[in-house]
Each structure stands twice: as C-alpha cells, then as structure tokens.
Design a protein around this ligand. Structure first.
Ligand code: BES
Ligand code: MN
Ligand code: ZN
Length: 499
C-alpha cells in the first residue's frame, strides 16, 4: 500500500474514507476530530453520548457523511485511556483502523491523521512512524497462488497534517515506518512461501535480490566452500536433501564504520523440517515450512537496517538447509565434527537446528563480533513454557541480555529470559563425542541452548528460541494478521539501534 504525506485539513480530503480518533472518556472532541464532528452536526458527539462508542482501544465506529464532507465515510478509532496512551497504543490504533477500513467494499483509498501527535502528546516523528508501521503491518497479505487473488484492501493512504511546521518530521517518521514494514513484509513473505518454492537456493536468490535493491553486500557459500571450511555438522543435516545447502551473508557497513566490530545476526533457515530419519509425525508437518523463520527475520531485519541507514555495522547470516530422510541422510548414532573442531553425536536427526547453528556460530567468529544473536525455531517445548506471548532468551552476557530485553520492550516483540545453568550440560554429555544433540525428557529447551553455547567462541552471545512466535493462528493482535508474523524484525532493528 502506498503512503503519502500532505499538508491540509482532514475534513476537506477528497477520498473514500477519512480516519480520525477519540480518547476514551472524551465527550467533546477537539482538534481534527472536533472539526469533523462539527461538519457532521455533532454526529461523533452523538455516538459517544448514545454510549455506542466510548473510544476504547481496539474499537471503531463508522459514520456516513451524506454529502456534508467530500469523503463519504468517517471512521473514528478509539485510542483508549489517555493516561495509558503511548507509541504502542498509537501503532495498534492505526492497525485497528486499517482492518476496519479494509472491510469496507467501496474503499480503495483513505486519509488519516497521525494518531497521538496532538493531545496525545507524542512527538510527531515517532507518532508518524507508529502510524505507518501499524497501517502497513495490518495491511500485509501473503503471496497468492490462485487464479483470482483475494480482494485487496485499500491501495493508498494519505497522511494528513494541518501544521506545516511538523510536516518534515511526519515525512521522516512515515519513511522510517515504511522501511521497517518492508523488512517485516520480506520476512513474512519468506516464511509464507511453500517449501517446494522456497528451498535454500531460492532463499539465497531472494536475499541477493533484496541486497541489490537496498545496497547491502551479499555473498553466498555453497556446499563446496562449506566443506573446505570444515562445516561438516551443517552439511550432515543437508545430506538427505536434493536441495543444496546455502549460507547467506549480508553486510551493512556504513561509510566510515567498515572496521567497526559488527553486530552479527544468525538465523536458522531449515526450509523444511521433516525430522529426517527421526521422522516427525505427519499431522501438521506442513507447518515445518516455517522452520526458516529465524533466517527470514534476519534477512528482513537486514533490509530494514539498510533502508533506515542505521549508523552501525551489522552482518546477517542465514543458514539454509532442508532436513529430509533419504538413503544418504545422516543418522541417529552418527558423530560429526564441524568447523570449530568439536564433535557432536547425533541422538535425533530432528534436533537439526542446533546442528546447523553450531557451524554457523563457529563460522562467524572470524568477524570478531561485538555480539552475536541467533534466532531459531528450535524447540516445540518453548511454546509449552511461554505460549505465543514471548520468545525464550538465552544469553551468556548480561549487557547483551539487558539490551535485548529493552529492545523487546520498545518493539513489543517480547522476550523472556531463560536459565543457562552449567548443570544443564550434564544432560548433553556424550560417551564418545564432545556433546550430543538431544537430552532426555527433562530440560529440553535449556539443553538446546547449552548445546549451541558449546560452539560459540569468545563473543557475547544470545540465542532466541522463536518457535512459537513465527505463525499466528488468529487475528488477536491487529498488527499481526493470521499467518507469518515476521517476528524478530522489529526487535532486531531496535537492537541494532541500541547495542
Ligand atoms: N523445528 C523444530 C522445532 C519446532 C517444533 C518448531 C514445533 C515449531 C513448532 C525442531 O527442529 C525440532 O524438531 N525440535 C525438536 C527437538 C527434539 C528432537 C530434541 C522438538 O522440539 O521436538
Ligand atoms: Mn527438527
Ligand atoms: Zn527444525
């Protein structure tokens, strides 16, 4: 959807629908909403006094102007209680409005004010960014594979600001919001794509095309290069697949910061996880197309970081492999030695994520990272512990952990800290190898993080288990429509701004 910023009076806009807002408890609207109310002979005040609309967060009301305004419809979106209002509420209000507008068959374009920048007291630029993010994240639609794609929502949105002084800030905020949303869209598209379309080489092509559009440096390691580097644990996972593994490297190095120690982001990119010889049950196995969501989030975050021109060196690594059973596949009982020289005994070929991460985390030591953060759909158990409300955070460094928790708060992409006690290592001791890739029944989640930790080398590191966060089953959060969530992109952008 196209967003444009104009100076003007929202009440005068020639468009299919105009969007204004109201705080809960307000009976006499002022500002832009007040002007629209007066033009409608008090229709908004009527809505409130009737009790049908209170301005509660998440609510909307629709009015028809019957020729009293150039636009045929007015949508009022509730901002909730003013003492609880913040950027998150502004972002959600924009998303709520978009969903309401998208339900209207006759609306192909609409105009909106910037929620919260008037009496809401938010600064114009972040408020405009929240408006753009909320609108665009709610408007996302997945790639379509049918002859008649589902009806599109509105195609264009005009952001209207009366005060000329604030126009530049609003323009900048909308642009930043668009940059972030493009990153989230990129991640959602990658996760949505079916696994026959999106296999490692196709993932690599798409990442490369994105890098060309945004000015990121991109290089791709094939299996030959990985073999020469000794990445045999990663390659073991790939043995059962006809699709060749790819390691995708993206670099954002702003001028003058080429030598800065980079923030390194590593994403698990299993384009399909059958479990391998430790085959998964067939029920709902199709969901395992999203086992590359960590890699998708890294690529999406790199896109947003490039578009935002963040003044920080960041390297993104997507480790793309398909995990399939086959006569050539790796087996439970195998022992493989990877790039770090450490060996891993395979207990389950379905614990493949930690195996590809082992070699990726060994590989990135060469960048002398300021910090490494990996994102992985690693365990079903993390969803049992935390549901879909937060990803699990495992860190070996307090500063990195605090910075991540703060970034999670700002992005509302939640993280919850999990323990990393050394005693968990007892669960993954192997008789013949340095570690084994699966523990017994207890502490499966912690053991997965401890396994990965063995392959980190001297840098601050955090592991985010995002398995329960990457796919939304309902429309509970207006920012996250059903389907691929793009979880992690906004979190990583906030991290790159602050670490
Ligand atoms: N990709 C899965 C984890 C997963 C499960 C993600 C459900 C999303 C939803 C991972 O590779 C896996 O299979 N993990 C196993 C680990 C076990 C074999 C130690 C699991 O969680 O069962
Ligand atoms: Mn698995
Ligand atoms: Zn997996």
């Amino acid at each position: 959807m196209e967003l444009t910023v104009v100076q003007g009076d929202i009440a005068q806009q020639q468009t299919d629908c105009i969007v204004v807002n109201l705080f809960e408890g307000v009976t006499e609207p002022d500002g832009a909403t007040g002007a629209v109310d007066r033009a409608l002979d008090g229709a908004i005040r009527g809505l409130v006094s009737s009790g049908d609309f209170t301005g509660e967060a998440g609510s909307t009301a629709l009015l028809y102007t019957n020729g009293r305004l150039a636009a045929a419809r007015v949508l009022v979106v509730g901002l909730g209680k003013s003492d609880r209002f913040d950027l998150h509420a502004a972002r959600k209000a924009a998303a709520t409005a978009l969903h309401a507008v998208a339900k209207l068959k006759g609306v192909s374009r609409f105009a909106t004010i910037v929620h919260g920048s008037g009496i809401g007291g938010l600064d114009a630029q972040p408020a405009a960014q929240a408006l753009a993010e909320g609108t665009l994240l709610a408007a996302y639609r997945s790639p379509q594979y049918r002859r008649e794609p589902k009806r599109n929502g509105p195609e264009a949105c005009t952001v209207v600001e009366f005060d000329e002084q604030r126009l530049a800030q609003i323009q900048a905020g909308v642009q930043a919001g668009q940059a972030v949303a493009q990153g989230v869209y990129g991640a959602r598209d990658l996760v949505s794509e079916p696994p026959n379309i999106l296999y490692p080489a196709e993932f690599a092509r798409r990442a490369q095309a994105m890098a060309e559009r945004t000015g990121l440096a991109c290089s791709i390691l094939g299996e030959k290069a990985m073999r020469e580097l000794g990445m045999n644990i990663l390659l073991a996972v790939s043995r059962g697949s006809k699709r060749k593994a790819k390691l995708i490297l993206l670099e954002h190095a702003p001028q003058g910061l080429e030598q800065e120690q980079p923030l390194v982001l590593v994403g698990k990119g299993i384009t399909f996880d059958t479990g391998g010889i430790s085959l998964k049950p067939s029920e709902n196995m199709g969901a395992m197309k999203n086992d590359m969501a960590g890699a998708g989030a890294v690529v999406g975050a790199m896109e947003a970081i490039a578009r935002l021109r963040l003044p920080r060196r960041v390297i993104g690594v997507a480790v793309c492999v398909e995990n399939m059973p086959d006569g050539n596949a790796f087996r439970p009982g195998d022992i493989w030695t990877g790039i770090t020289g450490k060996s891993a005994e395979i207990i389950s070929t379905d614990a493949e994520g930690r195996l590809v991460l082992a070699d990726a985390l060994g590989y990135v030591a060469r960048f002398q990272p300021a910090a490494v953060v990996d994102l992985a759909t690693l365990t079903g158990a993390i969803g049992v512990a935390l549901g879909s409300q937060a990803a699990g955070l495992f860190a070996n460094n307090a500063t990195l952990q605090e910075t991540l928790l703060a970034a999670a708060e700002r992005s509302q992409e939640r993280l919850w800290p999990m323990p990393m006690y050394d005693e968990y290592n007892d669960e993954i001791k192997s008789d013949m190898a340095e570690v084994k890739n699966s523990a017994g029944r207890s502490a499966g989640v912690a053991a997965s993080a401890k396994f990965i930790e063995h392959f980190t080398e001297g840098y601050p590191w955090a592991h985010l288990d995002i398995a329960a966060m990457v796919w939304a089953n309902g429309d509970k959060n207006p920012l996250v429509p059903k389907g691929a969530t793009g979880y992690g992109v906004r979190l990583l952008v906030e991290l790159a701004k602050s670490y």
